[in-house]
Design a binder for this molecule. Sequence first.
Ligand code: 6GP
Length: 828
Amino acid sequence: SIPSESRQVWQKFGVKEFGGKEEFQQEFIRHVETTLARSMYNCDDLAAYQAASQAIRDRLIVAWNKTQQKHTTKDRKRVYYLSLEFLMGRAMDNAMLNAGIKDITKSGVADLGFKIEDLLEQEPDAALGNGGLGRLAACFIDSIASTNYPGWGYGLRYQYGIFKQRIVDGYQVESPDYWLTFSNPWEIPRYEIQIDIMFYGYTRKYTNDDGKVVHVWEGGEQVQAVAYDVPVPGYGTETTNNLRLWASKPTREFDFEKFNAGDYESSVRESQKAETISAVLYPNDNFYSGKELRLKQQYFWVAASLNDIVRRFKKTHRPWKEFPDQVAIQLNDTHPTLAVVELQRILIDMEGVEWDAAWNIVTNTFGYTNHTVLPEALEKWPVPLFTNLLPRHMEIIYEINLFFLQKVEKMFPKERDLLGRVSIIEESSPQQVRMAYLAIIGSHKVNGVAELHSELIKTTIFKDFVTIYGPDKFMNVTNGITPRRWLHQANPKLCDLIASKVGSYDFLKDLNLLKKIEPFAHDPKFQDEWVTIKKFNKARLAAHIKQSNGYDVNVNALFDVQVKRIHEYKRQQMNIFGVIHRYLSIKAMTEEEKKEATPRVCIFGGKSAPGYYMAKTIIKLINAVSEVVNADTDVGDLLKVFFIADYNVSKAEIIVPASDISQHISTAGTEASGTSNMKFVLNGGLILGTVDGANIEITREVGENNIFLFGHLAESVEDLRHKHRFSDVPLDPNLEKVFNAIEIGTFGDPNIYVSLISSVTGSDYYLVSDDFQSYLDAQKLVDQDFKNKDTWVSRSITAVANMGFFSSDRAIDEYAESIWNIEPIAMD
Ligand code: 6GP
């Protein structure tokens, strides 16, 4: 380390965070002229964005360094959030807000001839996730930093994030998202942190001099993991945590032997193969596809992260049994479940810890969050593939399973079927490793993400495990969202209005303070301002629609929004069928009736997995309906339909604040929580939704008068499905009219929609027909209620006032207290 006399020199010149506007400008120009090697004569918006973000990044790094030093000296327990997805969106606006330098940077760049809005637009989204699960991880790390908890995220640095979506001839077309074209100012490459990761090979065992059986895994393919650190600034605190993303690279650039033998091509092939591991995000949401490369990604990331965590722990020279006092690891769904096995392997094979002691450490370290009950999303890896890729891990899984099943057998000696049901190995052909079971067995707590969902996992997919472990291992932590991005960043005007009543911006840290606006729900002046802001946000979205879809929309119409991944269970098909029903009704109206009707703009957005045929058909139908309806002069302003292409985080920031109504209409029991439902209500939109996921808790908080609920309840779903399978259930008559319209070619070639229609007329797994009438009734109520402007706005205000519970800060406090057992460390 540095000798003490030299430390003074270090301290004298230690980098300080820039304070005022002029210091920011100095830094900005320094980065333009040196980092970018440009000048005021060739500094365009892109260069200005890069220079500004470099200046802000420097500031974050200073705070990051202080935080990490503090956390290391305090030597307290940390949490590590393992997620294969972090759907971060843009970083610059958030960094300015959280660091409290928005005003100085805004006016700082203005003096230099730039508009901050133009610079923000230059940044590509960090789109390293598919949907809910990935965006939740992003909200969570924001909250961990903002509430001063010591915690890191660990993920993969994909070169290609979620694909970009274009609509061609009504169909989704995917193109790659190479988001790293220009260097990424928000990451710090740590080329010195390189970790060797092995795949394949074989295992052998021998007895050492002490008579102990030693297992070795050797002879496999090696790649290297390189760390990239992304600073995560907390809001209104200096705490700046770390998100460490791993990239793969070859251990050797190429094979010299082959090279010298003239086989240049195959000598570089190996290096290309290694880089492939972290190259691309799998574009599936709520769906498991058993690709070997995906399992490789999982192990690569888990092994690198654990190596890092273990190395950090070893520096403290504590005994192994204290590992869970220093380290909590949260598994974001089953994707990181191999971490359970890897930690056991490190302890028993590398560190010589006894099996039982090691297993105790492992189970006290991990917590597992489940995000779905959909059967097609549950990960199961074929044993042959697994054994080939990770032979030693497979052996350890067999052992874990053996000990577990022995325990179960002892507890329930008479229940022979139970063993087969709870075994980690499914006895199919080929056998499969059930990752969720492994995650449960390897963790001390298992949680769902909303009350209903947490109940459902206990009574359905994980029922047997509740019998075995008792109910205390299973709990609920209802999801939340960060108010920094989803209120302040997305809706600064509403934020200012709220602050004028709350008396400060403290509600961005303590969202329960929103309650203070409730007394103004009927205050005409406050209502006026509220409405004006909603209109402004609608106009902002209208401008976007004009640019992307080429239409002018009436901002006085009711904006009805459904944006989320396209999935049959989320029922965008029901929404578009409802739109068709509305279109047919308008066509049948007299001029008098038309005057009474509420004008609507129906807005859709979302990506389909590239291989998901039914979801792609739904997108096509939405676009086909849009084309016909928008061109129909009979309809005029009464109905417009838009599909906004390439829905992502930064588009959500424009769309969410502009809704009057948003739809969260999954078949009851299928949407674990939903988080966009929270975002829309927080921004003053009301929900049209089913009794599912977090809609239920939102209803409880905002009051049932301030939400439009419809449809069958989760408890009836099984019976209804049964009826569809075993008897002839008549199709809903209104839906029948809709199908007739499609079938006679009203929206183009009807052949395209044959399978979509028969998914409903057949088994109707998602109960579209069963819920259709109730859906139309709820829509009718929405139309009527929207006409009454006064009550509508007071409901909107009341709903926002009661959204405090849905801050991700609250969710993180619950995890910290009941699962991680960690405490905040204040930065003074
Ligand atoms: C999603 C759930 O579908 C959504 O309801 C929830 O809000 C979100 O997770 C966050 O908890 N699940 C996924 O995106 C997924 O892929 C495996 O689960």
